[in-house]
Design a protein around this ligand. Sequence first.
Ligand SMILES: C[S@@+](CC[C@H](N)C(=O)[O-])C[C@H]1O[C@@H](n2cnc3c(N)ncnc32)[C@H](O)[C@@H]1O
Length: 276
Amino acid sequence: MIGAERCRTVLRLSLPPSTSNTFANWIAALEARHLGELTFPEVSRALRALSSAYVERRHTISQGAALSGAGKRAAFALFYGPLHFLLVRHVVQSLPDAARPPQTLVDLGCGTGAAGAAWASACTTTPRVIGIDRNPWAVREASQTYRDFGLDGRARRDDVANVRLPKGPAAVLAAFAINELPGPSRDAMLPRLIDRAARGDRVLVVEPLAGFVAPWWKQWQLACESAGGRADEWRFRTELPAIVAKLDRAAGFDHREITGRSLWIATPAGGRSASS
Ligand SMILES: C[S@@+](CC[C@H](N)C(=O)[O-])C[C@H]1O[C@@H](n2cnc3c(N)ncnc32)[C@H](O)[C@@H]1O
């Protein structure tokens, strides 16, 4: 097990040609689907509203406000989805043992499926992917994403706070999702994830660097480190897909550098695994 450590990387991410083509085709399909009925200015306005919901109106997020309205859904799919893909891909390529394929990859709060697809497509052989989200639109989008990446994937609607997780061995991912859980659900999730790791599953939690999004991070970090895991901060540059870069500029953001932080708990290959 890797000792707890903190690392900061400044790297350029490049995708291998096969993933790069699939990624480009996925982005093209997202553009065709989400810019079919909305104009670019409508989506960029919605992106600003979505960002303000994440930052200034965080109390509305747990009621599902972020994905209410076609504009915000399009903005999420076209902008945050690809950014989350690139970040998770980078994290998984950087963490030792993360690309070893699990039998099943469970993506909690899967959204459009981007983060789960990033991890699954980085594995040496692709695992079965199970996406779980409470939002029906997200479930449909995630299913489409799994198809677009040629993954054996299925998304279903459920509340991650109560969902019965599939039997191990599995890899469990929660990208940008734990911060949306109400406090009691979040508190209950931490021992569940630690328990899965103790039974041999690999667990990856990803959140933004901004402290106000996850004021609980330190507590989770200490718990993960006590369980033999590690915490990392990530900062890297990559070429953004043209539509992401265009939305970035139009909304007045600057994501030329992609950042995030992660918690990772893993048992080495051949370690004990069990079901829950
Ligand atoms: C910011 S999005 C992140 C989506 C995806 N993981 C990614 O990285 O792109 C958070 C997702 O968590 C979902 N979510 C929030 N609370 C949830 C809950 N209690 N049960 C299931 N899904 C939830 C939301 O519907 C949303 O799709």
